[in-house]
Structures are given as C-alpha cells and as structure tokens.
Design a protein around this ligand. Structure first.
Ligand code: OGA
Ligand code: MN
Length: 214
C-alpha cells in the first residue's frame, strides 16, 4: 500500500483557493498512479487524439492560430482513467464540504502538445456565462527542464496583461484555479508535452434544458 496522503493535498488546494483562487502543488499525486497514467498515455495511438477546438468555433485555420494541442477525453471505462476521475471527484466533494463551492460534475481530457505547439492566452470561462468554475491541469512530463519551454503562464485576475507566474509542466504538478478569473497561456513547447486538463462545473440545468456533460 502506498502511504501517499491525498487528503493533505486536498486541504492545501482548499486553503490556496480560499486565499488566492489559485493553487500550484508539486507531487500532488501518488507516484504509482503517475507512472500508470504515463503508461496509459504511451499506449494510446496518436490517432485517438483529436485537434482541440475553441468553444463552438469550427474555423480550423482560426483555431490553429490560438491552440495547437491535440486532446482525448478521459473515459471511465478504462480503470486508470476512472482512477484519475475518481481522485478529482473526491477533490470535488472535499471542496464542496470545505468551501461550499457547489461543484457538480467534472470533465477532463489528456492534451498532447507536440514540439512547437502552444495555446494562446485565454480564459476557460466567461463571467456569468459558462458553468465551468474551477480548472485543473495536471502534468505528466518527467524531468522537464526550463529550456524545454511549454510553461503555463498565469496572468493576474486584476490585470490580465500582467503575468503572475510561470509553471513548468513537471510530472506530478497540479494547478487549480478559478476558471473565469485567471487568463493563462501555454508557451510553445520544445518537445512533446502531456497534460490532463479538466473543469469542474456547477449544475446549469433548468427544467427546459438538461446541462450536458460537455
Ligand atoms: C486548457 C489549458 C493548460 C495546460 O486546456 O484550457 O489551458 O498547461 N491547458 O495544458
Ligand atoms: Mn485553459
């Protein structure tokens, strides 16, 4: 049995979110799970990844100016992917208990940034519009160096032109932030870069409209 203390990680995330709305935690997951996720990613054929879109945008050229990553949604029918989704479900329950966030569901995809790929500055949700409330990004890249590029740059909630911090996409690092507060971008990676991005939603269903999972 691993003695990894996930409750302690959840507590740190809750504290960070309460004080700043942003949390960056290294070694946030059991190394055994990280290894397994890496093997899972390595076993996936590249053609199971699809070009990522932006909202309902279907203009591929415009899209490619904004983001160049390829994605594959996580699926509960695979045991490992289900394990990751379960960890995020537990985080959801923890945050709901501690911070009364009212988080309702979670959706998540693997993202592959090939050499040269980037994602320009964006917000994951727009105030009052979307129901994505909390973003998570988890990194899977062993021994990532500064010269490998591909940093996540997070901008200030108060001033979207001012960078707040740069995060190396280092294996085991989990970044969590309020989706409609912090603009962020992925700088061009100099080598293949893998992450798992995900979003907690609140329930936006009404009698006339059942909120789709994505
Ligand atoms: C996203 C995103 C960041 C990353 O998918 O919306 O901002 O570091 N990803 O992969
Ligand atoms: Mn994003």
């Amino acid at each position: 049995m691993s003695d990894f203390d996930i409750e302690n990680i959840y507590a740190q995330i809750a504290d960070d979110l309460r004080s700043t709305g942003l949390s960056i935690i290294e070694n946030a997951m059991d190394p055994i799970i990280i290894q397994a996720l890496n093997q899972r990613i390595a076993s996936l054929e590249e053609d199971t990844f699809q070009t990522a879109g932006i909202g309902r945008q279907s203009d591929h050229e415009k899209n490619a100016l904004i983001r160049r990553d390829k994605i594959r949604w996580l699926d509960r029918s695979n045991e490992l992917e289900a394990g990751y989704l379960q960890a995020m479900d537990d985080l959801k329950d923890y945050l709901n208990r501690r911070l009364f966030m009212g988080l309702f569901s979670y959706e998540s995809h693997f993202a592959h940034y090939e050499k040269g790929a980037f994602y320009k500055k964006h917000l994951d949700a727009f105030k009052g519009k979307a129901n994505r409330v909390l973003t998570t990004v988890f990194y899977l890249n062993e021994d990532w160096q500064t010269e490998d590029g591909g940093e996540l740059v997070i901008y200030q909630a108060e001033d979207h032109n001012k960078a707040l911090c740069k995060v190396l996409p280092q294996q085991g690092t989990l970044v969590t932030f309020l989706s409609d507060e912090f603009p962020h971008e992925v700088l061009a990676a100099n080598k293949s870069r893998y992450s798992i991005a995900g979003w907690f939603r609140i329930n936006a269903s009404t009698a006339a409209h059942i909120d789709p999972p994505r």
